[in-house]
Design a protein around this ligand. Structure first.
Ligand code: HEM
Ligand SMILES: *[C@@H]1O[C@H](CO)[C@@H](O)[C@H](O)[C@H]1NC(C)=O
Ligand SMILES: *[C@@H]1O[C@H](CO)[C@@H](O)[C@H](O)[C@H]1NC(C)=O
Ligand SMILES: *[C@@H]1O[C@H](CO)[C@@H](O)[C@H](O)[C@H]1NC(C)=O
Ligand SMILES: *[C@@H]1O[C@H](CO)[C@@H](O)[C@H](O)[C@H]1NC(C)=O
Ligand SMILES: *[C@@H]1O[C@H](CO)[C@@H](O)[C@H](O)[C@H]1NC(C)=O
Length: 344
């Protein structure tokens, strides 16, 4: 086993020396930026009085949605990432543009699903509590329940976000990391938002459920690694052969879906870390977690862990951090009746 025991005490000591939420370059000195701290206006149970049934309503609707089509669970988890990384968690991903200049029209939004389901949940919530619950909070609650309904943790979700009124293709194109990212790129995309290496390696564990289209990885990993027309030498050869069967060469926009954790694509577990360790993860950005000593140590430890408990606890913290990015609270933003309003 490639598990490096000597590294472990170092990691533990460094984590203890840093704050509870280590930052970027050197975990021993760098402290996570603002999202690790509580944000005024956000609270677990924000709707206790104004809409006490909101969490039950979201869960019931999510149950119905994934019972009909399990692939929508992972889609709605990814949805929160695409909302929060671009202009913060403000549901701006839901806004529509008549001139194709909104976040929805950006390259990274290609293949993103869940727009109709967010609107469907919002309609149920509107019927019970008119003009009370934001679309941004619904996205965060739906993501949590997608995790829960895949056997993951049902961690507490802060609410109190309000919805933004601006959506720009440009922002989504710039702020979301492409799957070809290397470790330096990934840490940069996360750090500009105030998230550190731990958020990166923990949230990447989301790729333990769901699917990706061939077009998102076939060129990088199977047919044109480094632009040299080769297969990625770090990709497990057995697995690569399976992927080549699924994804034909030379198809630029191949939408064929491939499961990201082939062993348990519907279960929120440690499978992702085992995939990364055995060189059977799908994206260069997944494999890249092996190129930094801290993210690598985490992958190795989780791949060898007997229980997902530590990962689940870390996941709750990291999702809370992501859920605090650039939020609108108080009198900022708005609560609107439908999420997918037209702007510009
Ligand atoms: C670290 C950088 C990340 C990169 C480069 C990345 C990239 C991607 C790509 C290219 C896909 C395939 C989309 C498709 O073909 O339809 C995907 C799927 C997915 N991503 Fe990520 N992602 C990242 C981080 C995250 C985070 C932070 C989350 C959640 C918190 C997440 C959750 C998911 C899920 C659940 C899917 C499956 C979606 C589905 O089955 O429809 N990803 N990701
Ligand atoms: C809402 O109620 C829960 C359960 O009683 C409690 O833990 C939480 O702190 C409350 N939140 C607010 C903002 O009142
Ligand atoms: C492979 O990538 C290189 C460099 O990006 C590009 O010039 C070439 O056309 C690509 N080959 C194929 C078959 O897509
Ligand atoms: C996995 O990929 C790494 C490069 O990231 C390489 O050093 C290692 O030898 C590969 N392992 C296997 C079993 O292919
Ligand atoms: C693939 O999609 C892009 C963007 O939608 C488009 O410009 C291109 O023509 C498509 N290529 C093929 C071979 O269909
Ligand atoms: C390569 O992947 C196969 C499954 O696709 C797995 O059985 C094997 O253990 C992997 N090889 C290594 C060296 O991790």
């Amino acid at each position: 086993m490639a598990f490096r025991l000597p590294l472990l005490p170092v990691v533990v000591a460094a984590l203890a020396a840093a704050s509870w939420r280590p930052g970027l370059a050197d975990p021993a000195t760098a402290v996570g930026a603002l999202p690790g701290l509580p944000v005024a206006g956000l609270a677990v149970g924000f709707y206790n009085e104004s809409c006490p049934e909101v969490e039950d309503l979201v869960l019931a609707e999510m149950r119905a949605i994934v019972a009909k089509d399990w692939t929508l669970g992972p889609a709605l988890l990814r949805f929160m990432f695409h909302d929060c990384l671009v202009r913060g968690c403000d549901a701006s991903i839901m806004l529509r543009s008549r001139s194709d200049k909104g976040e929805r029209d950006a390259v990274p939004s290609y293949g993103l699903r869940g727009y109709d389901e967010v609107e469907q949940i919002k309609a149920k919530v509107e019927a019970a509590c008119p003009l009370t619950v934001s679309c941004a909070d619904i996205i965060a609650l739906a993501a949590r329940d997608a995790v829960y309904l895949s056997n993951g943790p049902r961690y507490p979700v802060e609410a109190g976000r309000r919805d933004g009124k601006v959506s720009a293709k440009y922002d989504a194109d710039n702020d979301l990391p492409p799957p070809s990212s290397n470790i330096v790129d990934l840490k940069t995309y996360f750090s500009v938002k105030g998230m550190g290496w731990k958020d990166l390696v923990v949230l990447s564990g989301s790729h333990t459920i769901g699917r990706a289209q061939c077009s998102t990885f076939a060129s990088d990993r199977l047919y044109n690694f480094s632009g040299k027309g080769e297969q990625d030498p770090s990709l497990n050869k057995t697995y690569a052969a399976t992927l080549r069967e699924a994804c034909e060469a030379g198809l630029e926009n191949d939408t064929t879906p491939v499961e990201m954790d082939p062993i348990s694509p519907r279960t929120f577990d440690l499978g992702y870390y085992r995939d990364v360790l055995s060189n059977t993860s799908l994206f260069l950005s997944d494999q890249a977690l092996m190129d930094d000593r801290w993210t690598r140590a985490y992958v190795e430890r989780m791949a060898a862990a007997e229980s997902p408990e530590e990962f689940f606890q870390d996941y709750a913290v990291a999702m809370t951090n992501m859920g605090r990015l650039e939020v609108l609270t108080g009198d900022n933003g708005e609560i609107r009746e439908t999420c997918a309003a037209f702007v510009r």
